[in-house]
Design a protein around this ligand. Structure first.
Ligand code: NDP
Ligand code: PHD
Length: 349
């Protein structure tokens, strides 16, 4: 398939997506199309189960191929979105073929040689490196919303609880929520397959493995480590509790930010209202604040409920609520923004 864009330098890149049939993979295809990323060939890769499936791209259908070690011949950009073990095994083959890897999994995020990038927060760290990592979805949404504050004022502590949607767990978890809800409403038995608990009309601790020493789950530990790395503050105190909620799509974060000094709420509002990738939703009169139903399918992170934390008598803590579609800014959109920046660099050389 040749889809040449006459506005861009030739030849346009060959792009591969590993995990193209997954929740993130499908959004990657949509993002590449919506943002008109220059592509001469789109190679869609997944497991043998999906080989032969057809997925739409720019008014055509692209046939999904089984991922193998030989899948990366001639590939310029390889987006990996099929889990850490697949990235660890196959990214080296993509790199060996000269491809730029942009990895959505957790495989390389804490590797010092691999930039971990949210363009709004730390674009300056996007060095030329064969693999660039896309953060955990909560870390990406959080740091995108924090960037305009972090760039102006010194943050000395973060404390948060998350409200994580089914989409964070992929296509099968979304299906489990749909099916579990349908069965619950029909008063039928339903045995969860993906999650350890009934999902419909329920709320529980994030399903990642618990660390026996700290009692934190894997998601919480990733949020702490990755947020510190993206903000360039390796010792920033962060308290986090990650919770799974029965929402199909878009994660919420109830957040308290402590600054070094008092920062007036109007200045915080001003900083957020001008920030790229952020939309202020903070209407006290209408009690309208960020919601997953407003954030789903949107590129922007919604931020609101901005107020002084009355629990901190020093007046240095601000409370707010963030909601972002983690399939977009937490994954596909962020990855495509990284690729766009890298491609622009190549194009001007
Ligand atoms: N969901 C989210 O919000 C976020 C996810 N991520 C990361 O992105 C990755 C994908 O997540 P998500 O899309 O949600 O997951 P899904 O379960 O929805 O999709 C998984 C994808 O991986 C493919 N896959 C699985 N096993 C293999 C294999 N052996 N060989 C080739 N392809 C395989 C699947 O193909 P098939 O259909 O053939 O089984 C499918 O395309 C994960 O690493 C996740 O941690 C990162 C940030 C946010
Ligand atoms: N763990 C997130 C999704 C995600 O970002 O995963 P990972 O950090 O493994 O890529 C969720 O369950 O909602």
């Amino acid at each position: 398939m040749n889809i040449q864009n006459p506005e861009r330098p030739e030849p346009a890149p060959v792009v591969a997506i590993v995990g193209a049939t997954g929740a993130v993979g499908i959004e990657l295809i949509r993002c590449l199309e919506a943002r008109d990323f220059p592509i001469s060939e789109l190679r869609l890769l997944a497991s043998a189960r999906s080989a032969g499936r057809r997925l739409p791209f720019k008014g055509r259908e692209v046939i999904v191929q089984e991922l193998t070690e030989l899948s990366f011949d001639g590939v310029d950009y390889a987006f990996f979105s099929a889990g850490a073990s697949i990235s660890l095994k196959f990214a080296p083959f993509a790199v060996a073929e000269g491809a730029q890897v942009i990895d959505n999994s957790s495989a390389f995020r804490m590797d010092e040689d691999v930039p971990l990038v949210v363009p709004e927060a730390n674009a300056e760290t996007l060095a030329d490196a064969p693999i660039v990592a896309n953060p955990n979805c909560i870390a990406a949404i959080l740091t995108c919303a924090l960037a305009p504050l972090h760039q102006r004022w010194s943050i000395t502590r973060l404390s948060m609880s998350t409200y994580q949607a089914a989409s964070g767990g992929g296509a099968e978890m979304m299906e489990e929520l749909r099916e579990g809800t349908r069965a619950h409403l029909a008063n039928e038995d339903f045995e969860p397959q993906i999650l350890p608990h009934p999902y419909a009309f329920n709320v529980f601790s994030h399903n990642s493995d618990l660390d026996p020493d700290t009692g934190h789950n894997g998601e919480e530990l990733k949020v702490i480590a990755e947020t510190r790395r993206i903000l360039g503050q390796p010792k920033l105190p962060i308290s986090v509790t990650c919770i799974r909620v029965p929402i199909l799509r878009a994660h919420g974060i109830a957040l308290n930010i402590r600054f070094e000094d008092h920062v007036c709420q109007d200045r915080i509002r001003d900083a957020l209202s001008d920030a790229p990738g952020v939309r202020l939703v903070d209407d006290r009169a209408l009690n309208h604040f960020p919601m997953p139903s407003d954030a789903s399918g949107q590129e922007d992170i919604l931020v609101g409920r901005i107020r002084n934390d009355l629990g901190d008598p020093s007046g240095r803590t601000t409370s707010l609520f963030i909601v972002g579609d983690q399939l977009l800014k937490g994954a596909a959109l962020n990855a495509v923004q990284i690729a766009e920046t890298l491609y622009e660099r190549v194009a001007v050389k």
